[in-house]
Ligand binder design. Sequence first.
Ligand code: ZN
Length: 137
Amino acid sequence: MGTTYQERTMKIPEIHPEHKEYWAAAADGKLLLKQCDSCGEYHYYPRVICPYCMTDKTSWVEAKGTGSVYTYSVMRRGVPYAIAFVELDEGPRMMTNIVDCDLDTVHINQRVKVVFKQSGDQGNPGPYIPCFTPVEG
Ligand SMILES: [Zn+2]
């Protein structure tokens, strides 16, 4: 039994100019976060203004790409998929998909790591989107 993950077409995201570096890094398999130069907090999604102290002095940093499932939901209409909030080890929570596993085994506090899946389809490929998959052991 179980619910095997199947590849599905992910909608191509809207790309904002201030996120160009983020998507370029994603194509190289790197997850970027913003870190505030003033208060040191990490945030996601990436914003020009730090949401903690409102400075505009923020820098791109590469995330470790590991975290834990904070909450999740398995959608079972059509191709099943799991939507989750993953709490990154740096602190921010990001909405994402849990992929490449038995979706019935996804659970809260499960350790996961980032993997990238291309959005769009063969005729109209889009940027790579960060998804997460369970870490073995
Ligand atoms: Zn700040």
